[in-house]
Design a protein around this ligand. Sequence first.
Ligand code: DCP
Ligand code: MG
Ligand code: MG
Length: 363
Amino acid sequence: MERVIIHVDMDYFYAAIEEREDPSLKDKAVVVCMYSNRGEEGGAVSTSNYIAREAGIRSAMPCKQAKSLKPDAVFLPVRKELYENVSARVMDILRSHADSEENFENISIDEAFLEISQNCGRDFEKARYIGMRVKHDVLEHEKLTCSVGIGPNKLIAKMASSFRKPDGMTIVKPDEVRDFLNDMPVNRLWGIGKVTGEKLKKMSIETIGQLAACDTQELIAEFGKKRGTWLKKAASGIDESPVTERTATDQIGRMASLKEDTRNDDMIFALLDELADDVIKKAESRKVSFRTVIMTVIFSNFRMATKSRTFSHAVSGKDILHETAREIMLQFLHESNMDFRRIGIRVTNLQQDVGQKSLLEYF
Ligand code: DCP
Ligand code: MG
Ligand code: MG
């Protein structure tokens, strides 16, 4: 049965809340910074408003660099609790537009999926009207703008919401999916990270259309069965994952101390690979895939930091976990000068590996 899914992503969320709280910021460049324990110099940019982005400022950039790009920008510290409260209220508004409470999925502090198949009677024109109502309600109640994507599945809805930003709405009907994806650079496909993007580039696959035209077996040979199959399907605009409220608290994790406090990446990666292998063994014995990887580092001064990555689809296997864990670990190393004491890796959003459809059912 055809579905209609909305994805909503709030515009420059933390900075927009700061603007709302202090209207004098309105026409200024606003940069929200996550300061580290080394004070203002060590922080990274959480987000910035669009005026600041015009100067080249981006999320995760060192605040110091942002300052040099736009010295007259207003730099503000993250106020996470405030943003979480606003997020909870926004999510209530969004949830009220979904077919039912269960047809709502909050995927991050500023994003959610809503299934509206029933509410719009599977009619994309009615869906457009619901999309406008969503935007109107969020603006009226919270004085914030958001961008909306509407499509026949989560993958397309998610990619549509980022197509026109800020304050945009993009509707991709089932018969428009192919054109929508065809010429986009392959790394714009939701779920493709840097490493996969580079691998594909080496295979001379630059656009999503080229990926969709690829031989599935060739992709499986390169990326393994699960990921190869997913790449082919996603590039073809196929995504059957349901919109479901997240309740999973289930997770598999390992944590261990390094032999000594260190920033030596050989030592850190060796332990990381060991931990990742243990996690994969446990996941395999329980026959589960995972969607989220969470990494924890405890520094020599006992401060703790956490980072995570959520995939658009369940993944499994050693390679993807190693790859993701290493990517996240490199970010930790990049963002801090401190020695590492302990490291941990967890996978969550587990999904039982049963009844996997074979490729032949799709093509
Ligand atoms: N965030 C963060 N660090 C990052 C990325 C994001 O702390 N590296 C936080 C700040 C963002 C919020 O998460 O406001 C939502 O992230 P988005 O990627 O949706 O970015 P924005 O909402 O800020 O901007 P956009 O208008 O592009 O969605
Ligand atoms: Mg956003
Ligand atoms: Mg977001």
